[in-house]
Design a protein around this ligand. Sequence first.
Ligand SMILES: NC(=O)c1ccc[n+]([C@@H]2O[C@H](COP(=O)([O-])OP(=O)(O)OC[C@H]3O[C@@H](n4cnc5c(N)ncnc54)[C@H](OP(=O)(O)O)[C@@H]3O)[C@@H](O)[C@H]2O)c1
Length: 302
Amino acid sequence: MSFLETFGALTLIYILVRLATFIYQILCPLRVDIKKFGEWALITGSTDGIGKAYAIELAKRDFNVILISRTKEKLEQVAKEIQTKYSNTQVKIISIDFTKDNSIYSRIREEIHGIDIGVLINNVGISYEYPESFDKVEENEKFLNNMIRCNVDSVANLTQIILPDMIKKRRGLIVNISSISGRRPTPLLGLYSGTKGFIDLFSRSLAAECISRGVYIQSLCPGYVVSKLSGIRKASLIAPTPEKFVVSALDRITLPFTTGYWTHEIQEFIQSLLPEFLSNKIAMHVLSGVRAKALKKRNKGQ
Ligand SMILES: NC(=O)c1ccc[n+]([C@@H]2O[C@H](COP(=O)([O-])OP(=O)(O)OC[C@H]3O[C@@H](n4cnc5c(N)ncnc54)[C@H](OP(=O)(O)O)[C@@H]3O)[C@@H](O)[C@H]2O)c1
């Protein structure tokens, strides 16, 4: 075989492997019965958006649910909504602000002591008010602490609290919600992208450690979903409602990494083919536009 023939054959193999992986990700042929993981599911950030949709969908699938979020009134409202729909479901609420110091984890530990948690959804997360250069973000120090505590510390600490029991029982599922922005650099959302990058690598590493011990761990990296955080109000092919997104993501729990939704899978695949300098240029252009629009709207409101 000549050098060119060898190069061509290797390129073809690479393309076929990438395509096969992409098709596997979309179809996810391996399914498991989620109910076998345990009696209770714990969801952080469960009073809005994706977290609320997980709480309602898991209650529908016969889990008792522990809801953790910041605002007590909203927690009570979601608990009531779940119990009205699914009267046999037990709901426990814990009001916690994840931007506070690490003492919150002792309280969570006490509150969930003795409960058989089979599913943990580490969903809570905050982002920028609008895209901005890291050095120009207002109240930079507070912003940095809050985002690392909420997006990074919450995932690592709750996993540390709940995983050992799952391993002992040789069953369980942990879904850690990263983002498509955690898969590669996202200029003007640098800190968010960095926190989500942590979640992605942390989860995929733990997934490899834990799969032989009966526990599934997933890095879930969505693209846009309708929510307060995304600022998208109307559902589309690219941005599904949280309810539609969660049903799709729950069909893919055996994948250590997934975007959770078929159009996001295509988006991730295309982005992964682009050289980094090009995807950075495109992201910078698009997010500068979003920034300019947000600032214009803000200035009008003042
Ligand atoms: N939506 C998207 O397009 C998208 C895309 C990729 C990844 N994600 C990720 O998905 C996750 C959920 O996003 P979302 O769009 O559903 O968000 P969302 O609609 O803004 O909901 C956020 C939830 O988190 C709670 N929360 C916020 N700050 C908190 C804090 N400091 N302490 C405790 N709870 C707090 C909120 O409770 P309160 O109501 O009490 O504030 C609310 O229940 C995030 O990790 C996000 O990064 C979202």
